[in-house]
Write a protein that binds this ligand. Structure first.
Ligand code: RIB
Ligand code: CA
Length: 303
C-alpha cells in the first residue's frame, strides 16, 4: 500500500519534534509532504527554526517548511509553554537551520496543497490557528481534506493548561471551534489518551541502543522533555496514523467552548443519544492506547 501523504501542522516543541522523528522514520507508511508552523510552545521564529533543525537532522531538507500564525485568532496573546525550554527543543545542540523557509503563509499553503493533492490528510499538533485561517480564507477547503488527525483537547479528563482546557485548545479556542465546525472528518487524540502514552526508562534505553544521530536526539528529547512532561502527546497522533489498532475510540459530537471565562478551550463531547440530541458525531475521540505497543512502535520506527 502506498505511503499516506500528509501535511504536518505543528509548534515544535519537543514532543512535536519527537512526532516528526517518528513519522520520518517510517517513509514506508507516511509521506510528510509539507510542514506548516504555528506559534504555540514557543514563539513562531524558534518554531520554524526547530522544524527545519529536525528535518535537516533527518536529511529531509526536501520537505518545505512554511511559517504561519504568530498569535491566536482572537485571544490577545498565546501562552508559551515552560515544558520545552527556551529554544523549544529542551536545550538541543542541533545546529541552527541552513535550509531556507519556503515562501507563502501556512494558511494559504494548506489550501494550495490540499487543492493540488485533491484529498489531503492533515496532522495537527499545535494550536489550530493555521488550519482555521485556511478554512476562513477558502470556504470550499473541506472538499479537499480527507481527514484531520489532531493532538489536542481533553474530552473526559482535566485540562493541562487550565482545569478545563488542554494547551493547544486553550491557546486558540476560536480556531479549534472553527475546525470542529468544518464538517471535516476529525480524529482527536486528547489528553484522555496521551496521558497513557508515557515515556519509560526502558523505552529510553531501547532508543539509546539504536546509536544513530537521529536516535541520540530522540533519546535526549525523551529524557529532557520527559523529565517535565512524561506524556508523549504529539507522537501519539503519528502513532494513530501508523497503527490505529493499538488504540480504542468513541464517536462523539465535539464542540469547543470559546467563552472568555474559565471554560475557554474546553471540549464538550456528546456521546450518548441523549447528549447528541439529534446531532451526528463529527469526531472520533481516541480514548485508550496499548502503551507498551506504542512504545515499541516508537522505538522500532527510528532510523
Ligand atoms: O497539550 C499538549 C500539546 O500542547 C502538545 O501538542 C504540545 O506540543 C503542546 O503543543
Ligand atoms: Ca505540539
Amino acid at each position: 500500500m502506498a505511503a499516506l501523504r500528509f501535511l504536518y501542522d505543528c509548534d515544535p516543541g519537543a514532543d512535536d519534534a519527537l512526532a516528526m522523528l517518528l513519522a520520518l522514520g517510517r517513509p514506508d507508511a507516511l509521506d510528510m509532504i509539507a510542514v506548516t508552523c504555528v506559534a504555540g510552545n514557543v514563539g513562531l521564529e524558534p518554531v520554524v527554526n526547530n522544524a527545519r533543525r529536525i528535518l535537516e537532522l533527518c536529511g529531509r531538507q526536501d520537505i518545505p517548511v512554511y511559517s504561519g500564525a504568530a498569535r491566536p485568532i482572537m485571544a490577545s496573546r498565546g501562552r508559551l509553554s515552560i515544558m520545552h525550554g527556551s529554544d523549544g527543543l529542551a536545550g538541543s545542540a542541533l545546529p541552527a537551520p541552513t535550509m531556507p523557509l519556503a515562501s507563502g503563509h501556512a494558511a494559504n499553503e494548506i489550501s494550495r496543497i490540499a487543492r493540488a493533492e485533491g484529498r489531503l490528510h492533515i496532522c495537527a499538533t499545535g494550536p489550530l490557528t493555521n488550519l482555521a485561517l485556511a478554512l476562513l480564507l477558502d470556504p470550499d477547503l473541506p472538499e479537499f481534506i480527507s481527514a484531520i488527525t489532531i493532538m489536542g483537547g481533553a474530552a473526559f479528563s482535566p485540562g493541562n493548561t487550565t482545569p478545563l482546557a488542554e494547551f493547544n485548545f486553550a491557546v486558540d479556542p476560536h480556531a479549534a471551534a472553527i475546525v470542529f465546525d468544518s464538517g471535516i472528518q476529525i480524529t482527536m487524540l486528547g489528553l484522555d489518551v496521551t496521558r497513557q502514552a508515557t515515556v519509560t526508562d526502558e523505552m529510553i534505553r531501547q532508543v539509546q541502543a539504536i546509536a544513530t544521530p537521529v536516535a541520540a536526539e530522540a533519546a535526549r528529547l525523551l529524557i529532557n522533555y520527559g523529565s517535565k512532561d512524561p506524556c508523549l502527546h504529539d507522537p501519539a497522533a503519528i502513532a494513530w496514523m501508523l497503527k490505529p489498532d493499538i488504540f480504542k475510540t468513541v464517536q462523539a459530537h465535539v464542540s469547543v467552548c470559546t467563552d472568555s471565562g474559565a471554560a475557554s478551550g474546553q471540549v464538550v463531547a456528546a456521546v450518548s443519544e441523549r447528549h447528541l440530541s439529534g446531532r451526528l458525531p463529527n469526531c472520533t475521540i481516541v480514548t485508550h492506547v496499548d502503551a507498551a505497543e506504542f512504545r515499541m512502535l516508537f522505538a522500532a520506527s527510528l532510523p
